[in-house]
Design a binder for this molecule. Structure first.
Ligand code: 6PG
Length: 464
């Protein structure tokens, strides 16, 4: 009785995906390189899932084409695993890398294995442990035949959106799947930073206590900003520390870590020349959070309490616009990378794939997907009628909260950056004409004119 698919790497994600596949009727064999992990996985998974002693042992349990879902730490371990497997693989075998791998690594690995006739699919997996067990969002990229060959089990285990569609998307050849997952994480960084700033304003100037704060986040989850990250924010701020009786969030050290995908998103933005300032800001805010003055809290008193209801009301109304800016930046980046690399990634499909299972799932993704379907030429959601609709109620409140926060010395880089992004794209004038004038003066870099076609150079007065 050969198995349909193997899961390699039996950390909690691998185990849960193995169980999820089994629930959907796929016979699974699983292995891990660490003997202690094999022992505990065996206790948890057998007899439902066959657990073998080493990763390579899965091969003899698989029917052709032998399909292996690899759920190990991104980076060197993936290359090491490929080296171990290479001599034992046959043409037609399929390796699926479900880690947060850099899309360049995925493309390098695809090229390496292609020489052996082995197919390598880069699969973005989002949704954490719960998602893996009951339905993640899955973002695939690679050779179209290979992706087609594995799409049935992946669609089966994926989360289902409200309309029943599986959150499994195919985004093109090469590293397209991992690129979409990377951009997903960039958006995740920005929305999380924005929510952290909301928390800061609610606890500082608005002076809300734990329960009122949780209630406020829960109330916002009933609006256009409704999303998983908002839902978990309410849970995080509501939790009480059993040791001290204080809100647990207040006992957590105020400096954030990261594992790289946010930085990669910013690097890709720079490489492709796509402005992702909010994502960059969110990434840099994490870096800054570890570099603050040692006694920051005592150096600076919190601003006096403002009108709690007003601040909360404005923030709640502003949030949909901030989220829109986050999705706009991630999706614009995907659009440009797809164009440059010839991936053919459809933004509507990306937005639909993110509707359930993943960390950035949100009510807003339905209308975002519809906007891209309605206008396939659209590359930035900020320029759609949907944006007009959202900004109608969000714009003024967002300006008010940012202005008040800046006046009070509360750092709100993500909120401030979101309004700057929206203004940068929508403002009638941005001052770039002056920059062109400066460039032409000091370097004869030329400029275009508003009144006639062509490229011009002006003889500016000499400045010594
Ligand atoms: C997901 C998450 C997941 C993970 C990130 C967090 O989609 O399930 O994005 O991939 O939580 O790696 O990244 P940082 O550790 O960099 O915050």
């Amino acid at each position: 009785h050969l198995c349909d698919i193997a899961v390699i790497g039996l950390g909690v994600m691998g185990r849960n995906l193995a169980l999820n596949l089994n629930d959907r009727g796929y016979k699974v064999v699983a292995g891990d390189a660490f003997p202690d992990v094999v022992v505990s996985a065996r206790a948890e998974l057998e007899p439902t899932v066959t657990v073998v002693d080493t990763p390579i042992d899965v091969l003899k349990h698989l029917k052709a084409p032998r399909t292996m879902l690899v759920m190990i730490k991104a980076g060197d371990p993936v290359d090491a695993l490929i080296e171990t497997f290479r001599p034992h693989l046959q043409p037609g075998d399929i390796l699926i890398d479900g880690g947060n791998s850099h899309y360049h690594d995925t493309e390098r690995r695809q090229a390496l294995l292609e020489a052996d006739g082995v197919r390598f699919v880069g699969l973005g997996v989002s949704g954490g442990e719960e998602g893996a067990r009951h339905g993640p969002a899955l973002m695939a990229g690679g050779d179209p035949d290979a992706v087609a060959a594995v799409s049935a089990p992946l669609a089966a285990i994926a989360a289902k959106a409200g309309d029943g569609a599986p959150c499994f998307g195919t985004f093109g050849p090469g590293g397209a799947g991992h690129f979409v997952k990377m951009a997903h994480n960039g958006i995740e960084y920005l929305v999380m930073q924005a929510l952290a700033e909301c928390y800061l304003l609610l606890s500082g100037p608005a002076g809300l206590e734990r329960e009122a704060m949780a209630e406020t986040f829960r109330r916002w989850d009933e609006t256009a900003a409704s999303s998983y990250l908002l839902e978990i924010t309410a849970v995080v701020v509501d939790e009480v520390d059993t040791d001290t009786g204080r809100p647990l969030v207040e006992m957590i050290k105020d400096s954030a870590h990261h594992k790289g995908t946010g930085r990669w998103t910013v690097e890709a933005g720079l490489q492709y020349g796509v402005a992702v300032p909010g994502i960059a800001t969110a990434f840099l805010a994490r870096a800054l959070s570890s570099r603050r003055a040692p006694h920051a809290a005592s150096l600076r008193r919190l601003p006096p309490a403002g009108d709690a209801a007003l601040i909360a009301d404005d923030l709640g109304k502003a949030l949909p616009a901030v989220m829109l800016a986050a999705y706009a930046q991630g999706l614009s980046l995907i659009s440009e990378a797809s164009k440059v690399n010839g991936w053919g990634t459809e933004l509507a499909t990306v937005a639909r794939t993110w509707r359930a299972g993943c960390i950035i799932r949100a009510a807003m993704l339905d209308p975002i997907a519809d906007a891209f379907t309605a206008d396939p030429e659209l590359t930035d959601i900020t320029l759609s009628p949907l944006a007009e609709e959202i900004l109608e109620t969000a714009e003024r409140p967002l300006r008010r909260v940012v202005a008040a926060a800046v006046a009070d010395g509360v750092p709100v880089p993500a909120l401030a950056n979101s309004i700057a992004y929206l203004d940068g794209l929508r403002a009638k004038r941005v001052g770039a004409n002056l920059i062109q004038g400066q460039r032409d003066l000091f370097g004869a870099h030329t400029f275009e004119r508003t009144d006639k076609p062509g490229v011009f150079h002006h003889e500016w007065p000499v400045v010594s």
